[in-house]
Design a protein around this ligand. Structure first.
Ligand SMILES: [Zn+2]
Length: 280
C-alpha cells in the first residue's frame, strides 16, 4: 500500500478538486488538422491508440486522499497496452508513456498521424458530487447529454489551459459547425465502441447510472477515427479512488476494456485496418 501510494500519490495530499475553468472546447474543436494517413500495408495490424489523460504539469483530478488522476490513467493504460499486445491482434501506441504534459490537440494529431483505427482516452476524473461513483464512457457530441457530463467535459477540456497562450481560437459558431462535420461513420463506430465498453465493464466494475454519455470533449474530435473517453471511476469518490489505487482493480478494468476492444473489432469483421480515408 505504501509503495503504491508513492507511485500514485507522489506524497501530495490534497482534498480539493481542480477549479472549473471556462471551456476551451469550442475553440479547440475548430482546429481540426488535416489527417495524414500512412499507406496501409496488407495484413498490417490495426493501430489502437491509448491516451492516458493529463500528465506532467496537469495532474488531472486529485483524489479525496491525494491520488493524482494522471498516475492512475497512465498505470491503467500501460496495463491495457500489455494485454492488447499479448493478444497479438493489435499494434498499440500510447500518447504518453511517462509523466509528461501533452496538449489535447497533439493527442488527436498523433492518432491521425499513426493511422489509428481506434482512439481510447483513459481518465478517472472528479465530480462535484462525491457520492457519485462508477465507470462511464463518453463520445463526442455538440450538445452534452446531461449537466454532469457538460461539467466533466469543461474540466477535461480545460487541460489545455496548461498549454500556454499560443492556443488557436475561433468562435463557438465555427466550432459547432466543425463538430458537426465529424463523420457519420466515425460517430457510428464511436457509439458501437461505447456500447462495447459499457457491456464489458458492466460485468466486473460498478457503472455510473446511464453509463454511456456524450459531450464536446476536445480529445475525441478526430473526424475519422472512432474515439471514446472512458472514466474508469471518479477520484472524487472515496471507493472509486481506493479501488483505482489497487493494481488488481486496474487490471480488472483493463481486462474489461481489452474485451470491449476485441468485441469492437470482431463486430467490424475481425481485427483489421480501417478503410482508406475518403478524399475531401
Ligand atoms: Zn481526466
Amino acid at each position: 500500500m505504501i509503495s503504491r501510494r508513492l507511485i500514485l500519490g507522489h506524497g501530495a495530499v490534497a482534498t480539493f478538486l481542480l477549479p472549473s475553468v471556462p471551456a476551451l472546447a469550442d475553440k479547440a474543436l475548430a482546429t481540426v488538422a488535416a489527417p495524414v494517413r500512412p499507406p496501409l500495408r496488407a495484413g498490417a495490424l490495426p493501430v489502437v491508440l491509448l491516451d492516458p489523460g493529463h500528465g506532467g504539469k496537469d495532474p488531472g483530478a486529485i483524489g479525496v486522499s491525494g491520488t493524482y488522476e494522471k498516475h492512475v490513467a497512465l498505470a491503467s493504460a500501460m496495463e491495457l497496452k500489455r494485454q492488447l499486445e499479448a493478444s497479438g491482434h493489435y499494434k498499440v501506441m500510447l500518447t504518453r508513456t511517462r509523466d509528461v504534459f501533452i496538449p489535447l490537440e497533439d493527442r488527436v494529431a498523433l492518432a491521425q498521424r499513426h493511422g489509428a483505427s481506434l482512439f481510447v482516452s483513459m481518465h478517472a476524473d472528479a465530480l462535484l458530487d462525491h457520492g457519485v461513483r462508477g465507470a462511464s464512457v463518453y463520445t463526442l457530441a455538440e450538445h452534452a447529454s446531461d449537466a454532469q457530463t457538460a461539467a466533466l467535459a469543461q474540466r477535461e477540456n480545460a487541460a489545455d489551459r496548461f498549454a500556454g497562450a499560443n492556443f488557436q481560437g475561433t468562435t463557438p459558431e465555427v466550432a459547432r459547425i466543425l463538430a458537426s462535420l465529424v463523420r457519420q461513420e466515425t460517430r457510428v463506430g464511436s457509439a458501437r465502441m461505447a456500447r462495447s465498453v459499457v457491456g464489458e465493464m458492466g460485468r466486473d466494475v460498478p457503472l455510473l447510472q446511464n453509463p454511456s454519455r456524450h459531450a464536446g470533449f476536445v480529445v475525441l474530435k478526430a473526424a475519422d477515427i472512432p474515439s471514446v473517453l472512458v472514466e474508469m471511476g471518479f477520484m472524487s469518490n472515496k471507493q472509486d479512488e481506493a479501488a483505482l489505487r489497487q493494481a488488481a482493480h486496474r487490471t480488472l478494468v483493463a481486462t474489461a476494456m481489452r474485451r470491449a476492444i476485441d468485441a469492437y473489432f470482431a463486430q467490424a469483421g475481425g481485427p483489421r485496418a480501417p478503410a482508406t480515408r475518403m478524399a475531401g
